[in-house]
Design a protein around this ligand. Structure first.
Ligand code: PM9
Length: 463
């Protein structure tokens, strides 16, 4: 058989120079940042794998789109272009632009949630759950158990457990469950997809109980790619067709366009129901901006429309996910514990197996992210006990089953050689893992603490 590797369906036209730092400089920088990679200055970072959110490289056509910005306060032609593009690719009738995903989450949560409601979801996401709670709801995790086991190789770990859904409806009554929040390529589970078969089962369950399915569409194009690759009957469908099939089974979505859609800022709420839409445009003018821009400049809406068209190209997804898996395979070969199967947007180090000597309340994933930065200037993100926050009822750390460090790959930004350097550094600190100590939290903000919390090293190993 002829071998053909994945390779980028683009070439590089412009580059951004990076500053190189010494180990002593990085030690000083991480101490100054309170051992929180969010608090580092980006100029002190060599390879930035903090997030794939807003960090993608735009194409020449997207940069050209910026020049087509119609910066009218009302009725910008870029809004109508974006509306047409969302209708074509995501299929929803009504579009409400928002400045980014959490703007859309705020609006949707306020419209659909009443105090005392329960919101099932295929695992929590930090901002999504917070908006549900602020609107008076309680999040209920209904993802399959396999998703909480980093070593489990289930191909669709983003699936909803239908028995958990049924148990929730039995316990609280369907009238207390306005919608399920269904996330494509579940971020906190390691970028794991749901299957079309699971979505069909969910659709018929929700029809029976009159529960809406609201998609978190943030990485649903990447979910569509996994369906094409893994699910029987989909090998000959395009990513674009699969995305429409997913969306057509749901009532609406919130979207952080900063991920799949290859832009640096933007998002939207979209739906099919006119009453919900009317409420959304009523709220968007309070929190975001007029309903024809919702916090985005005209030029940003034009670049987003172009980004959506590029995101559904099969060859784009093949190279994007090919690069993430290239890094994953390098780490697998050396026995570094990572979440399986490999996800779409990141490789997740399993900090519980990496640092078994550090108790979860000494934040092993936070400590590992800091150690990786000191070793090589690579910035990653904690996705464990710090991100999970405290249980509002008990005030205790949630101590989630997954204690992960996310090596998130921005789209179209880094090369294969960068991935080699990342793997070399992770492997080196894996060999020296016994030297890594835990951290204690010395400053804790009230909301989304992972963004701004500060830490200090503990004295003894595991303390
Ligand atoms: N995700 C990420 O890095 C950015 C900030 S949180 C650390 O993964 C999902 C699935 C997301 C997401 C953001 C949002 C919020 C909603 N759903 O950041 O407000 O991954 O655009 O979107 C981040 P915004």
């Amino acid at each position: 058989m002829v071998k053909r590797s994945w390779a980028e369906p683009y070439k590089i036209k412009s580059v951004e120079l990076l500053k190189m730092t010494t180990k002593a400089e990085r030690e000083a920088a991480i101490a100054e940042a309170g051992y929180n990679t969010f608090l580092l200055r980006s100029e002190d970072v060599y390879i930035d794998l903090l997030t794939d959110s807003g960090t993608s490289a735009m194409s020449d056509l997207q940069w050209a789109a910026l020049m087509r910005g119609d910066e009218a306060y009302a009725g910008s032609r870029n809004f109508y272009e974006l509306e047409r593009t969302v209708q074509e690719h995501y299929g929803y009738r009504y579009l409400v632009p928002c400045h980014q995903g959490r703007g859309a989450e705020n609006i949707m949560s306020q419209i659909l949630i009443k105090k005392g409601d329960y919101i099932p979801g295929n695992m929590y996401f930090t901002t999504t759950r917070l908006h549900q709670e602020l609107a008076g709801g309680e999040f209920v995790d209904v993802i399959i158990d396999e998703a909480h086991d980093p070593a489990n190789e289930h191909p669709f770990k983003g699936n909803v457990d239908m028995a958990k859904m049924a148990a929730l409806v039995d316990r609280v009554g369907a009238d207390k469950v306005p919608y399920i929040s269904l996330e494509g390529n579940v971020n906190m589970a390691g970028g794991q997809p749901f299957s079309m078969e699971n979505l069909r089962q969910l659709r018929s369950f929700c029809d029976k109980y009159n529960i809406l399915i609201m998609l978190d569409a943030t990485r649903t194009v990447e979910n569509a790619f996994f369906i094409q690759q893994r699910e029987a009957g989909y090998a000959n469908k395009t990513v674009k067709q699969i995305l429409r099939e997913i969306c057509d089974m749901t009532e609406g979505c919130t979207m952080s366009a900063k991920k799949d859609s290859l832009v640096n800022i933007g998002g939207f709420f979209a739906c099919n129901d006119e009453t919900i839409y009317r409420k959304a445009i009523n709220l968007v003018v309070v929190y975001e901006g007029l309903h024809t821009y919702g916090g985005m400049a005209g030029r940003d809406m034009e670049a987003l429309a172009q980004g959506i068209r590029e995101s559904v190209m099969d060859e784009h997804q093949k190279a994007r996910i090919g690069q993430v898996h290239y890094l994953g395979h390098l780490l697998e070969k050396e026995g570094v514990p990572i979440v399986q199967p490999l996800g779409s947007h990141a490789i997740f180090l399993d900090a519980k197996r990496f640092l078994p000597h550090v108790d979860q309340d000494l934040y092993p994933a936070q400590a590992l992210a800091a150690a990786l930065y000191v070793d090589s200037g690579i910035r990653s993100m904690e996705r464990g006990n710090v991100s999970a926050g405290r249980d509002p009822k008990t005030g205790q750390n949630r101590r989630p089953k997954l204690e992960l460090v996310r090596l998130t790959i921005p789209r179209r930004v880094y090369t294969q050689a960068h991935m080699d350097v990342v793997a070399e550094s992770v492997i080196e600190i894996y060999e020296k893992r016994n030297q890594i100590k835990g951290l204690r939290m010395i400053y804790e903000p009230e909301y989304l603490r992972f963004f701004q919390a500060r830490f200090a090293p503990v004295d003894g190993v595991g303390e």
